[in-house]
Design a protein around this ligand. Sequence first.
Ligand code: SF4
Length: 330
Amino acid sequence: MMTLIEAENISRHYGLRSIFRKARSFAAVERVTVRIDAGRTLAVVGESGSGKSTLGRLLLGVDQPSHGALRFDGRNMLSLSASQRQAMTRDLQLVFQNALAALDPRQGISQQIGEPLLIHGLSDGKEAARKALEMMRAVGLGAELATRRPSELSGGQRQRAVIARALITKPRFVVFDESVSALDVSVQAQIISLIRSLRQEEGFASLFISHDLRVVRHVADEVAVMYLGRIVEHGPVQDLFAAPAHPYTRALIAAIPGRQQVDGQKVDRLGGDPPDPANKPAGCAFHTRCPIARTICAQLEPPSISIDRDHYAACHFAGAPLSTQSLASL
Ligand code: SF4
């Protein structure tokens, strides 16, 4: 299958103001390598502050990595001229969580859905209006809603409108950033099934960002779990759910209602909040919350090791039993 997006060891550093006036920076994304093939979906999961939205913006070219290489369809995205970058924007789209904020409150939705065709000079006004109605139908919005303003639609209808607007230029890569998080569970399921069927019809590749591992299960081909800017586990969706290897992934799975057990073992819910990304713990950044952390964990950053074909985890004790007693023999 053809690789569409390829990021190699990308990092994104942000500067920090310090009262001591010493220049400091922290990595919101650190040495991340991902590849997404045409038509495939990679889900990125993690708590807030894990760097998943920054990664989405980097892959879209909205933000620039501080280090690393980034290619789209084989082209180096970091050496594009402004006009080449502009021409590429129709291929790269973003769907936010907050549909209400993404839409103009004064305009009817079909006009807003057709607008990208005009912005990119792909259609005239008449054709844009016709294609907007077609796109509305494709996302399950009836033509009678065409002139409604965003405030006159339900949350699910607004999210459908935002998806229609993102897909009308026939992009090749779409980032869904917490796109279903604000919706009720039943509406979430409808929007996820819509995204799946649109992906099949339109063939776009996507990055599906969510803080909730549960929602990615039915939309992703692969899952990358992020913690404080790093990918700590990455694998095919079935493998990651069936045999999660990193203690953080196990804790996320255990937080899914009805899934307190992983591999037949009870896993405690994850306590506390992630540390400040600007002050990451040394060694394994997860050691301050890890139920099986040992001395080495605070001293040495774990490398990413292969668990199975296409399945990797960055943990000194990846796949080990989850209680400290059972680890004593290791
Ligand atoms: Fe836990 Fe150590 Fe593995 Fe980090 S390296 S996840 S602290 S066991």
